[in-house]
Design a binder for this molecule. Structure first.
Ligand SMILES: [Zn+2]
Length: 420
């Protein structure tokens, strides 16, 4: 599969003119003339397409810092799952807003989220003004559970596709090969075909998962999903850490998008995904933070840096995954993976006006021989000065424009008391 690779998504020191929800002109030389809806001045700043967080669970900001430094299954079964039984729509709504505030301040304009109480997540997205691919996470180890879970996923998908002026799109999310049986996958694929929406799942995250699926199904998780026909629809597959060469060829042949989540993989000691090998095989790789409970934060600049560093140490080659390539993973490749490849991911006339401005006059970003290298290897979330989606500022001069940070912190502080 060949993915459209833009000339260069980066336009340092450019001004952009926005009319309505789209870029009307990109000016690197002359100054903008005439009345326009919005002019974003890039002087002294790095103007970039918005960062795309292609895999997260926003409301898991609730579990940030909870019982950390434990093995994944122990953390999930003893700490997270018992608490998730006590979740309410209100809790999910406010902790989604907390995650959105963090993501907007760190340069993320679009993301893919899989969780529960998705109506509340969607309402939070609508209020914040960002763009999202949302799905209800189906966990159905038994047939009885399957019906009610699939119904919830379908109801949400039918209700929310295209809402928030087209900023919300939906997907179906069988959670993982080890939490959903073959019938769940087949039904989800049939429904995804009918609704013309993608599947967003977890795949090959741990060695244990691969061994378990091999023992139960006689093949790797990737081979098993291929056999079930899952890759006949667009698929966003988070993690993809433990893959054989054959697995990578399967992913590439079907155009599956792999979401590399380096922080989460490191913190849970899952391993290092073969990003360079996947790209070489033709897999579209993008980046995600995973939930803040397992990753700590929702910082896409950090994911970019780790992706570049890990690719080098894994291959033993400092030339592996350059700063520009890492930025591509976080921008246009993520836009392609979320199904917005024709609309987003680069700053070009006619495209949707989503982007960020990063300040360059910081001590840790000086001198600016190569602003992109500086951004990837030295940039911090707080360097993001402005962020806009569909030509509307959600962050300006470092201040949130659509969300009230004090209000969110106040509500979350109260709600978190019940989950200690
Ligand atoms: Zn996840």
């Amino acid at each position: 599969m060949v993915w459209p690779r833009p000339e260069g998504p980066l336009l340092p020191k450019a001004d952009v003119v926005i009319e309505g929800r789209r870029f009307a002109a990109v000016l690197t030389e002359e100054s903008p003339q005439g009345p326009f809806d919005l002019v974003v001045e890039g002087e002294g700043r790095l103007l970039l397409p918005g960062l795309v967080n292609a895999h997260t669970h926003l409301a898991m900001t609730l579990f940030r810092g909870l019982a950390q430094d434990r093995p994944l299954m122990q953390w999930l079964t003893e700490e997270v799952w018992p608490r998730e039984k006590r979740l309410t729509g209100e809790v999910v709504y406010w902790f989604s807003l907390l995650g959105l505030a963090e993501m907007i301040k760190g340069g993320t304009t679009a993301f893919a989220d899989m969780y529960f109480f998705m109506e509340e997540v969607a309402e939070a997205v609508e209020r914040a003004g960002v763009r999202a691919l949302l799905s209800y996470g189906v966990i159905a180890p038994t047939p009885e559970r399957m019906e009610s879970e699939l119904r919830k996923a379908e109801e949400f998908a039918r209700e929310w596709e295209g809402r928030a002026e087209g900023r919300i799109r939906v997907a179906l999310s069988p959670h993982a090969p080890y939490t959903c049986g073959p019938e769940v996958w087949k039904r989800a694929v049939a429904l995804a075909r009918e609704l013309r929406i993608p599947i967003h799942t977890h795949l090959a995250e741990t060695k244990e998962e691969v061994e378990r699926v091999r023992a139960e199904r006689g093949r790797s998780p990737v081979e098993w999903l291929e056999e079930l026909g899952v890759f006949g629809v667009p698929v966003l597959a988070a993690h993809c850490v433990h893959l054989s060469e054959k697995d990578m060829e399967i992913l590439a042949a079907h155009g599956v998008h792999a979401v590399h989540c380096p922080t989460s993989n490191l913190k849970l000691a899952c391993g290092i995904a073969p990003v360079v090998e996947m790209l070489r095989t033709g897999v579209n790789v993008c980046l995600g933070t995973d939930g803040a409970g397992s990753a700590g934060d929702l910082n896409m600049l950090e994911e970019m840096r780790l992706a570049a560093l890990l690719a080098k140490v894994r291959t033993g080659d400092p030339q592996a995954l350059s700063a520009r390539e890492a930025l591509g993973l976080a921008t246009w490749r993520g836009a392609v993976a979320l199904g917005w490849g024709k609309e987003l991911g680069t700053i070009e006339e006619g495209r949707r006006a989503d982007g960020i401005l990063v300040r360059l006059d910081r001590v840790h970003l000086f001198p600016d021989y190569d602003p992109v290298a500086n951004l990837v290897y030295a940039g911090q979330a707080a360097d993001v000065e402005a962020l806009f989606v569909d030509g509307r500022f959600l962050l300006r001069d470092g201040q949130l424009q659509t969300l009230d940070e004090e209000e969110i912190l106040g509500r979350c502080r109260e709600l978190a008391k019940k989950f200690r």
